[in-house]
Write a protein that binds this ligand. Structure first.
Ligand code: CA
Length: 372
């Protein structure tokens, strides 16, 4: 007996993606300007799914896919995966709101190191919580996220490695997998590609299994409902309080990529005026200030915020500041470099929706697909 009942499994047999499961395949330029998502980067062969990040003649391509708009509230998500090392590349396996309105996000794996010697397990809530898991993601591992009311538990090869209990999502979420190429300023990920970056970096997924939360009535043999073991590895927890007025922090899955899937139109075509439904700044700005003992260097954080105040007259939370690499401190608060809406964001922070609509329409006329 367990608390979960399997509802779907994909072993990635054959040579085609099962589109009954993977409703949305990402397509389009990513907000940081470093790469395009293309369907060609998703390959099913040899019993596995490969998401390939490739440099084709100087143009980086990568891939992503999601079950969105299908989803569920609570459940268990299991997969076996590995991710090639590669400076300037990253992979994220996550839960994203099935509404495609950014209000929650759980990053089961978000690679923060090019060598994959560690990854981050993140709940983008209030507070934002990132736990850093010292598991070599370049090797094959079995991952499992159990999401129940008030609880997110991450297991790697059956061992509890992450445990988040604050501001846990309570709405339908969709399982998604994606790879990306980072910009030089995205230092949380280790920055952009360089001469060491392979021309092809793969994330491989052997299988995915999704179970419904059926407390006390499940058929799965996985995690028992009773008290699980304590984490067996040191977990550095980083709790960050978001400013209530701050824009949504992290969004690896940007609206335009999902909008290109005809089955996933919810909320992407009629955004509320003046609000960006999806932001795209996929970095934990506090990570750069972590100290060796797992704490934060608050003096350095204070100095950074004070410097911005002196330059602009505005007090802005760290997470809303531009990256340290940015030369133009004053311009950044309303236009994160990786925000896909940045080109249409005005000085007052509002968005030129006519301009966005024109771009999306132009893309559709040119390619037959709707994306920003
Ligand atoms: Ca398989």
């Amino acid at each position: 007996m367990s608390d979960f009942t399997e509802i779907l499994r994909d072993d990635f047999n054959g040579t085609n993606l099962n589109r009954d499961i993977w409703n949305a395949l990402y397509q389009g330029q990513y907000g940081n300007g470093m790469f395009r998502w293309e369907h060609s980067q998703l390959e099913v062969a040899d019993g596995k799914l490969t998401i390939a990040t490739e440099n084709e003649g100087g143009q980086w391509l990568s891939g992503g896919l999601s079950q969105i708009p299908e989803g569920q509230t609570y459940g268990s998500y299991e997969f076996r995966a590995r991710i090639d090392p590669g400076q300037g590349t990253a992979s994220v396996i996550l839960l994203w709101p099935s509404s495609n309105q950014w209000t929650d996000e759980v990053n089961i794996i978000e690679t923060n190191r090019p060598d994959r010697s560690q990854f981050a397990f993140i709940n983008h809530g209030e507070p934002n919580v990132a736990q850093y898991i010292d598991v070599n993601a370049a090797e094959w591992h079995d991952y499992r996220l159990d999401w129940t009311p008030g609880s997110l538990k991450l297991y790697v090869d059956g061992e509890l490695k992450g445990d988040i209990t604050t501001d846990v999502p309570e709405q339908p979420m969709s399982f998604s997998m994606q790879s990306q190429v980072m910009a030089p300023h995205e230092t949380w990920f280790g920055g952009g590609p360089d001469g060491s970056t392979p021309q092809r970096v793969e994330m491989e997924i052997d299988w995915v299994k999704i179970s419904a939360w059926t407390p006390g009535a499940g058929t799965e043999t996985g995690t028992p409902a009773s008290a699980p073991a304590e984490p067996t590895a040191a977990v550095a927890e980083l709790a960050v309080t978001q400013d209530a007025d701050a824009p949504a922090p992290d969004a690896p899955l940007a609206a335009e990529q999902v909008a290109s899937a005809p089955e996933a139109e919810a909320g992407t075509d009629t955004p509320e005026a003046g609000t960006a439904p999806v932001q795209a700044s996929s970095a934990d700005p506090y990570a750069a200030y972590l100290t060796a003992d797992g704490g934060l260097d608050w003096d350095a954080i204070a100095a950074r915020i004070t410097a911005h105040h002196e330059a602009t007259g505005r007090w802005v939370p760290l997470e809303d500041l531009p990256s340290l690499a940015s030369a133009d401190v004053a311009s950044a608060a309303s236009a994160e470099p990786s925000d896909p809406y940045a080109p249409w964001t005005g000085a007052d922070g509002g968005i030129d929706w006519d301009g966005v609509a024109a771009q999306v329409t132009s893309n559709a006329e040119a390619t037959g697909q709707w994306f920003l």
